[in-house]
Write a protein that binds this ligand. Structure first.
Ligand code: FAD
Length: 395
């Protein structure tokens, strides 16, 4: 039995779980955070990706005094250009159109995870237990219990932040929608001869989108690449020089010639979306609740907003003496998160389908759609506010 007098148990010490733990710790609530990995493994992060952190997410990280430690290593994104293939008929989003600062920032995942995990380990209010293998979760009238190889852990509320293959979701019997895109994402970094000038590019090809995200290192002459292709193309591309040749065609010297390319890491792409966000005394956040296509670089941002709103509701409920694991409190959380989640899950799903379609009619709709969209400053401002995580949905 565990003796740490915690109010909440969080399963999963990823970016979403850790942010929630730190938000609660700042209110002096005690949190127990469990992970299947050991402390050593989590400190030796092996995540070669970068994350596009929205303006809204940077403000969430500011609230927990983390942003100060990250901002010097974060590359601001001031402009985003979206096009159908390599087409000069681009849809442009510029930060100067709004008075909110950069559209977002590109941050190295390894750096981000290390900084936040160290903060978790140093907190007097968060206790970390690693190498936990969950065997079951049961809820009773007053509390929920995790049964594991490290003993039993009780709390009025268990939060599942254990990623897209969440065991918490499985043991809580929360049903989800799953769709395999039959696509993979190649993630790698490139160095180029010209500066990216704080610009991000998103180029849509029928075989999948290509995103070039500006990085801070190498004097702004590096970009992080997320290149999505149909799964059947994967092996063909990896043969001989196909990969580099095919990539260079799509890159088309956007920032001059490529001088260096890192080895690609490959991710299979699918969407997981839960039909309900909680059951009994278990609530899900981040990828455990919805793991979306990386097409718009929004999965983490959505998860951080889950943590932000859940922490707020938990803290308000505890102040009022309410039971934080009750249906009343968790329904309130669901209502506050519903629109933001549904909109983004649908938008990323449909966007991928719309642009991966080679039919002539769809192509014409797309091209005209981009033109109309580009001319409407209202539509552009609204979608920028949404993508920047600044739209308010918690009525
Ligand atoms: C190629 C790619 C690019 C992306 N780019 C972006 C981007 O630019 N911007 C953006 O916002 N999002 C992006 N995303 C999405 C983003 O990576 C995820 O949404 C985010 O990492 C989810 O964080 P999480 O903490 O919810 O889950 P995870 O990062 O999956 O963390 C889960 C944690 O739970 C632990 N765990 C797992 N199972 C168990 C268990 N059974 N018991 C205990 N612990 C467990 C794991 O060890 C881990 O520590 C991208 C995704 C991909 C695939």
């Amino acid at each position: 039995m565990d003796n740490h007098q915690h109010n909440i148990i969080i399963v999963g010490s990823g970016l979403v779980g850790m942010t929630l733990a730190l938000m609660l710790s700042r209110q002096q609530y005690k949190v127990l955070i469990l992970d299947k990995s050991s402390k050593k493994e989590l400190l030796e992060v092996k995540d070669f990706r970068t994350s596009a952190i929205s303006q809204g997410s940077s403000r969430i990280l500011k609230e927990i005094s983390i942003w100060n430690k990250i901002k010097n290593k974060a590359q601001p994104i001031n402009e985003i250009y979206v096009s159908e293939g390599i087409n000069s008929n681009e849809l442009d989003f510029k930060s100067e159109a709004l008075n909110e600062g950069p559209l977002g920032y590109i941050v190295d995942n390894t750096y981000l995870k290390k900084i936040i995990f160290k903060e978790v380990l140093e907190s007097n209010f968060v206790k970390f237990v690693g190498e936990v293998n969950i065997k079951d979760i049961k809820s009773t009238a007053g509390s929920a219990t995790i049964f594991s190889n490290k003993g039993n852990f009780n709390a009025p509320l268990i939060v599942g932040a254990d990623g897209r293959n969440s065991k918490t979701r499985f043991f809580a019997n929360i049903k989800s929608f799953f769709y395999d895109y039959n696509q993979v994402a190649f993630v790698f970094n490139i160095s180029h001869t010209l500066s990216h000038q704080s610009k991000a590019l998103e180029r849509f090809f029928p075989s999948g989108p290509l995103a070039l995200l500006p990085m801070q290192n190498n004097n702004k002459k590096s970009s992080s690449v997320v290149w999505t292709v149909d799964s059947q193309l994967k092996e063909k591309l990896l043969k001989n020089k196909n990969f580099r040749n095919e990539f260079e065609k799509k890159y088309a010297e956007a920032f001059g010639q490529i001088t260096k390319t890192s080895k690609p890491t490959i991710y299979n792409l699918n969407v997981v979306s839960c039909y309900e966000y909680f059951k009994e005394r278990v609530v899900l956040v981040g990828d455990a609740c919805q793991a979306i296509h990386p097409i718009a670089g929004q999965g983490l941002n959505l998860g951080l907003r889950d943590s932000y709103h859940l922490a707020k509701i938990i803290s308000e409920s505890l102040e009022l003496g309410l039971d934080i694991g009750s249906r009343y409190v968790l329904k309130d959380y669901t209502n506050k998160r519903l629109i933001d989640k549904k909109l983004l899950i649908q938008a990323t799903h449909r966007l991928n389908q719309l642009f991966s379609n080679n039919s002539g009619v769809i192509k014409a709709i797309r091209e005209n759609g981009l033109k109309i969209f580009n001319k409407s400053s209202f539509l552009k401002k609204q979608s920028m506010m949404f993508a920047m995580g600044l739209m308010k949905f918690d009525f």
